[in-house]
Design a protein. Structure first.
Length: 126
């Protein structure tokens, strides 16, 4: 079994950070199959590397691994994807759908579906 890779329903997820600072009940994940092919390949190669498999948090490893675009993989994920943690009740707007690729991480009702981007639901551990 490869570390840092899991499933949410029928989708493959990669866990970048197992905990988010000051929100220890949340994790930062990426859906690798929804990335551009070169970024997907860079990420999967990093996961399978000795550095990726040795890391407690993959984010620490990919902060120091350069992708094919010349930037670290973590910087590329940060700069090219927008990840929003939300309760699903945005004030006035979900944002600009043309800003960048967006992933909404929604806490609360699984009936809420954002009008654009990808989304996942989370609940606090019991």
């Amino acid at each position: 079994m490869i570390k840092h890779v899991g499933r949410q329903g029928d989708k493959k997820v990669v866990v970048i950070f197992r905990e988010v600072p000051e929100e220890t009940h949340m994790a930062l994940v990426v859906y690798p199959d929804q990335l551009q092919q070169n970024l997907h390949d860079d990420l999967m190669n990093a996961i399978q590397s000795a550095k990726g498999q040795a890391a407690k948090d993959l984010g620490d490893a990919i902060h120091g691994i350069t992708g094919t675009n010349g930037q670290t993989i973590l910087n590329t994920l940060h700069n090219e994807r927008f990840i929003m943690f939300t309760d699903g009740y945005p004030w006035n707007s979900w944002g600009d759908p043309d800003y960048c690729d967006t992933v909404f991480i929604i806490h609360g009702s699984q009936e809420i579906v954002p009008p654009f981007g990808n989304h996942a639901y989370y609940s606090e551990a019991k």
